[in-house]
Design a protein. Structure first.
Length: 607
C-alpha cells in the first residue's frame, strides 16, 4: 500500500511532512493515536490518506456544520468521495448518503458528536468503518479552552466498535488536556505524535496601551496598505465588532461582522461572504473561526487580549494556513486585563482560567522573543530568537544573567520543586514569610543570596526565565515550579543564560512594515530548467481572477480550487504544459485534469 502515491495522486504532494506517514501507518495497523499539529500543519491528511487506503468508511467527528462543509468540498475537489450527515440535509440527501455508506462507496463521512451517538444503533452498526477521527479533540476536555459537553460521551466508541482504531486530533492542547483526551475517549495505549508548534511564516507583534481611536486608525491604515489581503479582527465584545465594522465600512473597506448575537442565517451569510472573497475583512468575536478552513487569510488582529494562550494560538493560526507569509497583531490594555480577570472569576473554573490569563498577560508584556514564549507554553523549547516578532526587530539590551538564573533554579531545586514563584522570591530575598519558616526554607544555602535585587525585579527575571523555558509551572499541582532540561543545563553550568535589562519606562514599539515575500523552493520539472524563479505579480493577479471564475462556476470558495501558495508557485515557475502543471506541489491528478488546460493557456499568454 503506497501512501505516498495516494498523497501525490489526490493531494498533489510528493512527500509527507514530519510524523504524517508514521501516523498513517499507526492507524492502518489498528492502533489508537493522539495527534497534535498546528493549524495548517496537515492534520487532515493523517486521516484522509488511510481513509482512502483502507476498505470501508472513515467516520470523522467535527464540531461545526460549516467546518464539515469546507472539508467535504475540499475532498470532492480532489476527487474523493465524502459526505456530511447533519441537520442541514433534507430527507432525500440523507437517504443518498446512507445508501453510499451501505454500498461502501463513501470514503469519509463527517458527523457531529450528537449525530454520531444517535446513529450508532442504526447506520453505524450496519456499515464497515475503517477508523474514527475525532477532530478538535480538545473540546472533550474541561481543561481545554473550548470545552463542549456533547463531546463527553464519545468514550463509548471503543465499547461499541472494539476493532476500530481512534485518532484524536487537535491544534492546541497542554499536558493536562492531552491526558484528559486519552481518559475521556478511553484510548487503548495510544501513540502520541506532537509536531512542532512553530509557525515561522507568522509574524508576531504586540501593541500596548492604544486608545480605541488609535486602534481603529491603525487597523484602517493596516488594511488599506494590504488591499488584496483577507484578514480577521477578533474583538472581545459584540458591540466592538459592530462598531469597528461600521468604521471600516465607512472608510471604504469591504467588511462584515460575525458574533453569537446574529441569527444562524446572518452568521452563515457573513461566513460565506468571507470564504468567497466577497468581503475582505470579518470583525468577529471568538464565536468565529473553528468552522473556517480558508487558506488565504493573510493577517489576524486581536482588538483585545485573548483569555488564554490556547485560544490566541488557535486564532492566529487561521492566518497563513497555506504556508505563505502572514501577519498577526495583538492589542492589549489594562482595561482588557481587568475585564478578563472578571470573566475568569465568574467562570466555573476560576483558578485555572486565572492562571491561563496570567500566561497570556506574560506573553503580551514580554521583552524576550515572543515565539519562544509561545512555543514554551506548549512544552517546546527553542534555543534561539525567531527574528520574526516585534521584540526581535527591536531587541532589548541583554546581559549575562547566568548567576541570577542559577540562584533562582538552585532555590527551586533545594526546595525539592515544591514551591511557587512567590516563595522562590522570598527565599532569594531572605524574607522569613510564614511559608518559608513553616518549611524551614530559611536554612537553605540560597536563603538571602539575591537580597540585592528588588522583589519587583526578581518577578521580572523569573518571568523571563519562565518564558525562555528554564522552568515550567505545574498548574494542576498547586502552581509548583518545575525545572526543565534547559534550566538544568544552566543550573549545572553547562550553558550560560542572557537576561534582558529591565527598563520600566519603555513602551512596546511597532514592527517595521515589511514586504511579505514567499520563497518558492526549487522545483524540478521536465522541460523546464530547475529554477527558483521570479514571480510575475501581474500573472499572479490574472491567476487569482481565473481561480475566482472557476470557484464561482462550481459554487466553491476560491481557496478550495487552489491555495495562494499554489498560485504563487504557478506565477513563479510558469508551467506551459499539462505535464509541467502537474508537478506543482498542491496540484493532484484530479485538479490537473479538471483545471490544468485553462490555467496553462493563461500562463502561455504571459510567457
Amino acid at each position: 500500500m503506497d501512501f505516498t502515491e495516494i498523497l501525490k495522486t489526490y493531494f498533489g504532494y510528493g512527500s509527507f511532512r514530519p510524523h504524517q506517514e508514521e501516523i498513517i501507518q499507526t492507524i492502518v495497523k489498528g492502533d489508537d493515536c493522539v495527534v497534535l499539529m498546528p493549524t495548517g500543519g496537515g492534520k487532515s491528511v493523517c486521516y484522509q490518506v488511510p481513509a482512502i487506503a483502507l476498505p470501508g468508511t472513515a467516520v470523522v467527528v467535527s464540531p461545526l456544520i460549516s467546518l464539515m462543509k469546507d472539508q467535504v468540498e475540499a475532498l470532492r475537489a480532489n476527487g474523493i468521495e465524502a459526505e456530511a450527515l447533519n441537520s442541514v440535509n433534507d430527507y432525500a440527501a440523507d437517504t443518498i448518503i446512507r445508501r453510499k455508506c451501505m454500498e461502501g462507496s463513501l470514503k469519509l463521512l463527517y458527523m457531529s458528536p450528537e449525530k454520531l451517538l444517535a446513529e450508532i444503533p442504526y447506520l453505524l452498526k450496519h456499515i464497515s468503518i475503517s477508523l474514527f477521527a475525532i477532530d478538535e479533540a480538545h473540546c472533550i476536555s474541561q481543561w481545554g479552552h473550548d470545552f463542549r459537553p456533547e463531546y463527553s460521551q464519545l468514550g463509548i466508541l471503543h465499547q461499541e466498535f472494539p476493532g476500530v482504531p481512534i485518532m484524536a486530533l487537535t491544534a492546541t492542547a497542554d499536558k493536562i488536556t492531552r491526558h484528559d483526551i486519552v481518559e475521556q475517549l478511553k484510548l487503548r495505549d495510544p501513540r502520541f505524535f506532537i509536531s512542532s508548534f512553530d509557525r515561522p511564516n507568522l509574524s508576531l507583534s504586540v501593541k500596548r496601551g492604544y486608545t480605541g481611536k488609535e486602534k481603529d486608525q491603525f487597523i484602517m491604515n493596516f488594511i488599506k496598505a494590504r488591499p488584496l489581503d483577507a484578514g480577521i479582527v477578533y474583538c472581545l465584545s459584540r458591540k466592538s465588532t459592530e462598531k469597528l465594522c461600521k468604521y471600516l465600512s465607512g472608510n471604504g473597506i469591504r467588511a462584515t461582522v460575525y458574533h453569537a448575537g446574529l441569527t444562524p442565517q446572518e452568521r452563515n451569510q457573513a461566513q460565506e461572504a468571507f470564504k468567497q472573497d466577497n468581503v475582505q475583512v470579518v470583525c468577529a468575536t471568538i464565536a468565529f473561526g473553528m468552522g473556517i478552513d480558508k487558506g488565504n487569510v493573510r493577517w489576524v488582529i486581536h482588538y483585545n487580549m485573548p483569555k488564554s494562550m490556547e485560544g490566541f494560538y488557535q486564532e492566529i493560526g487561521r492566518a497563513g494556513r497555506d504556508g505563505a507569509p502572514a501577519e498577526t497583531v495583538l492589542f492589549y490594555s489594562l482595561a482588557d486585563i481587568i475585564q478578563l480577570q472578571q470573566f475568569a472569576k465568574d467562570s466555573g473554573q476560576q483558578d485555572i482560567n486565572m492562571d491561563k490569563l496570567r500566561r497570556m498577560q506574560e506573553y503580551a508584556e514580554s521583552n524576550v522573543c515572543r515565539r519562544r514564549i509561545l512555543l514554551n507554553y506548549f512544552g517546546e523549547q527553542m534555543d534561539h530568537d525567531c527574528g520574526n516578532c516585534d521584540v526581535c526587530y527591536n531587541p532589548p539590551t541583554r546581559f549575562d544573567g547566568t548567576r541570577y538564573v542559577q540562584m533562582a533554579l538552585s532555590a527551586v531545586k533545594r526546595a525539592d520543586e515544591q514551591i511557587r514563584t512567590s516563595t522562590v522570591i522570598e527565599i532569594l530575598r531572605g524574607i522569613p514569610s510564614p511559608t518559608v519558616r513553616r518549611h524551614q526554607y530559611d536554612s537553605l544555602k540560597t536563603f538571602g543570596v539575591g537580597k540585592e535585587v528588588s522583589t519587583q525585579d526578581w518577578q521580572d527575571y523569573l518571568l523571563q526565565m519562565l518564558q525562555m523555558g528554564f522552568f515550567e509551572i505545574a498548574y494542576n499541582e498547586g502552581n509548583k515550579v518545575r525545572l526543565t532540561p534547559s534550566g538544568a543545563d544552566v543550573l549545572y553550568g553547562r550553558k550560560q543564560a542572557e537576561l534582558c535589562v529591565i527598563d520600566r519606562s519603555t513602551k512596546a514599539t511597532a514592527m517595521p512594515k515589511r514586504h511579505l515575500h514567499l520563497e518558492i523552493p526549487s522545483i524540478s520539472i521536465p522541460g523546464l530548467p530547475q529554477t527558483h524563479g521570479v514571480e510575475d505579480p501581474k500573472l499572479f493577479e490574472a491567476l487569482r481572477a481565473l481561480r475566482r471564475q472557476c470557484a464561482e462556476e462550481e459554487g466553491f470558495p476560491p481557496y478550495i480550487v487552489f491555495s495562494d501558495k499554489v498560485l504563487h508557485s504557478l506565477a513563479t515557475v510558469k508551467p506551459t504544459t499539462l505535464e509541467q502543471f502537474g508537478f506543482i506541489p498542491g496540484i493532484g491528478e484530479h485538479k490537473r485534469q479538471k483545471y490544468g488546460q485553462r490555467f496553462v493557456s493563461l500562463i502561455s499568454k504571459y510567457v
